[in-house]
Design a protein around this ligand. Structure first.
Ligand SMILES: NC(=O)c1ccc[n+]([C@@H]2O[C@H](COP(=O)([O-])OP(=O)(O)OC[C@H]3O[C@@H](n4cnc5c(N)ncnc54)[C@H](OP(=O)(O)O)[C@@H]3O)[C@@H](O)[C@H]2O)c1
Length: 234
């Protein structure tokens, strides 16, 4: 069985997930990643699964392969997510379902299947993704922020259910970070958002990695059910 640290990061084709995959590869971790479309990331310690995080059969098969290839899982980072900036009155039910399924159900399914692997070793780390759009209750992001509020609550409840197995569950809530997800948001709206933060600057992938690093540390085994927002109180 491999003794190396192994991390599964969802949503690694681009954006924050891709950056986190490179960050942990640079630190010598074995990294598994996934996304619906194939990735261009190539590294001897990286394995990509092309799947949808909402498909529980595909997710279970991925965990089985991780168990076979890596012997277990040290950490899961549920980074895969989608946003559709739209007023609630103009949001078709199909869009609402897609957002809830990807952001909330995807996080739930991956967490549940990863926890089964982690429980065997009586240790594990799960890090989920929220957003400052939750405390800000931003207009135009009702479904997106509701899906992430559900992720935060899931994290708190999972922290309680999994604490006895040595598994911590925490959440990072980024402020705006220049990825494709927010490429269509008008720049003035983003600047207004950033100006409201206690520390008024855009986030960077390194800022997210710093929080994830903290949650993953062995010494953080008493930190669970917490959400850390980037930029301070919005
Ligand atoms: N950027 C920001 O300002 C910001 C702020 C706060 C929170 N966040 C959160 O940070 C996380 C990453 O966001 P990002 O900015 O990096 O977004 P991004 O650039 O749009 O990347 C999203 C990633 O998730 C993958 N993905 C989406 N749906 C998926 C699914 N159903 N199954 C598997 N993979 C899926 C995408 O790959 P495929 O398209 O190939 O599936 C892609 O790799 C998200 O949870 C987001 O809500 C971002």
């Amino acid at each position: 069985m491999s003794e190396r640290k192994t991390i599964l990061i969802t949503g690694t084709r681009k954006g924050i997930g891709r950056g986190l995959a490179e960050h942990y590869l640079n630190q010598g971790w074995q990294v598994a990643g996934c996304s619906r479309k194939p990735t261009e990331l190539e590294h001897r310690d990286y394995h990509h699964f092309t799947l949808n995080v909402t498909d529980e059969q595909q997710v279970a098969a991925m965990m089985n392969q991780i168990k076979r290839d890596f012997g277990g899982l040290t950490a899961l980072v549920n980074c895969a997510g989608i946003a559709r900036m739209n007023p609630a009155l103009l949001t078709p039910t199909g869009n609402a379902e897609e957002i809830m399924n990807t952001n909330f159900i995807g996080t739930f399914v991956c967490s549940r299947e990863a926890a089964k692997l982690m429980m065997r070793r009586q240790t594990g780390r799960i890090v989920n993704f929220s957003t400052i759009a939750v405390p800000l209750a931003l207009a135009g992001e009702a479904l997106y922020s509701a899906s992430k509020a559900a992720v935060e609550q899931l994290s708190r409840s999972l922290a309680r259910e999994l604490g006895g197995y040595g598994i911590t569950v925490n959440t990072v809530g980024p402020n705006p970070i220049q990825t494709e997800m927010i490429a269509n948001v008008p720049p003035e709206k983003l600047e207004q958002l950033v100006a409201r933060q206690a520390v008024a600057r855009f986030g960077k992938i390194e800022d997210v990695a710093n929080v994830v690093d903290f949650f993953l540390r062995e010494e953080s085994n008493l930190i669970s059910g917490q959400t850390i927002y980037l930029g301070g109180p919005p």
